[in-house]
Design a protein around this ligand. Structure first.
Ligand code: SF4
Length: 355
């Protein structure tokens, strides 16, 4: 398995992201063995390995780098001294590279408040709990650092391996707040096996929600991407929302399929052609015009979006789940200005395609 050294791990956005209520995210792996046919991570812009699911790269120095980045973001005089003089014992076997070399850009002013949203662990380009995590335990190490630094965490995954770390997720929830979300495009097991061959089954993902909810951790579902002609039928949307609510999800947020021209679109169309020929033809038609973000621009695509949207609105109302992460879940992790911003965006944005 390719092991690589990362120069940086933490990505910090200038503005809060209202979907994940987050400014920070990270990826411990490049590529993803879950191998979802629609994965945006295949797009050329992310520099993923050519064999996206089969040759996943592991950032083995991630924890040592992240520890330094947390010091830089949040400020810790003691730790900065340690890093400066090379006395940091580090994690993951230690990181002595900083020894004796002054850290170049640790700001002494303008440090970020820990009340600046969740650290998102997960996202569209690699799942932090994909199978290699059982061996490398990097996500567990990140949770340990978040507990130490009292940083709230929003975990998004398609893996049941996250339950291994329920102890840390619960401890962070007590200290600063954890949210655990799973993404689902359907709860139909047969379809999921075809479109998400390496991920945990929908039933196993729902069990993650159940167990986290039972541990007092707020949970949610990202109902996305809804796949044209495969998982976007109103009755299928209703069934997934019903199952999410029954598993304890406090919110179900939906999103459409984005297909960036190039590797992502080519892989998706080639993979669904045989098992879903009608959906293949439909998708070609809907995405005949798409922008650089992969958002379809055809009228037919928007008509379809409106139908999906209406089905989701109806189902969330029927089963009593919020459509975005509820304010009560995130208000303690934001300063008042950011909190007001997120609430305002949530109210305005009726959840169109992610840009
Ligand atoms: S789990 Fe997420 S990152 Fe992994 S292949 Fe699926 S969509 Fe991509």
């Amino acid at each position: 398995m390719p092991e690589i050294c990362a120069k940086s791990i933490l990505r910090v956005r200038p503005r809060i992201d209202s979907w994940f209520v987050s400014r920070m995210n990270l990826n411990l792996y490049r590529g993803c063995a879950h191998d979802c046919v629609y994965c945006d991570g295949r797009s050329e812009r992310y520099r993923a390995p050519e064999d996206f699911a089969g040759a996943v790269e592991v950032k083995t120095n991630a924890l040592a780098v992240l520890r330094r980045e947390f010091a830089r973001q949040f400020g810790d005089e003691h730790l900065q001294q340690e890093l400066f003089w090379g006395t940091d014992s580090g994690l993951n076997g230690g990181d002595r590279q900083a020894g004796g070399v002054p850290p170049p850009d640790i700001p002494l002013e303008g440090r970020r408040s820990k009340r600046s949203g969740f650290l998102t662990l997960g996202g569209g380009v690699s799942d932090q709990y994909q199978p290699l995590e059982a061996q490398y335990r990097l996500a567990r190490g990140v949770l340990g650092l978040c507990l130490e630094w009292q940083i709230p965490v929003h975990l998004l995954t398609k893996s049941a391996l996250a339950l291994r770390d329920l102890d840390l997720l619960g401890a962070i929830n007590q200290e600063s707040r954890t949210v655990v979300s799973v993404s689902l495009t359907t709860v139909d097991e047969a379809i999921a096996r075809l479109v998400e061959p390496g991920a945990a089954s929908p039933a196993a993902r729902l069990d993650v929600l159940r167990r986290c909810s039972a541990a007092g951790i707020p949970t949610g579902v990202f109902l996305l991407p809804l796949l044209p002609g495969i998982t976007d039928q109103p009755e299928m949307i209703r069934e997934t929302v019903r199952a999410a609510a029954a598993a304890g999800a406090s919110f179900v947020q939906m999103g459409g399929l984005t297909l960036k021209p190039g590797r992502q679109m080519a892989h998706y169309l080639a993979t669904i052609a045989r098992p879903f020929p009608a959906a293949h033809a439909l998708t070609r038609e809907l995405y005949a015009q798409a922008n650089e973000h992969g958002i379809p621009l055809t009228d037919a695509a928007w008509d379809r979006w409106e139908r999906m949207h209406a089905a989701w609105l109806q189902a969330t109302q029927e089963f009593g789940v919020a459509r975005r992460m509820p304010r009560a879940v995130f208000e303690t992790v934001l300063d008042p200005a950011d909190c007001a911003d997120v609430v305002r965006i949530q109210e305005q944005d009726v959840n169109v395609y992610p840009a």
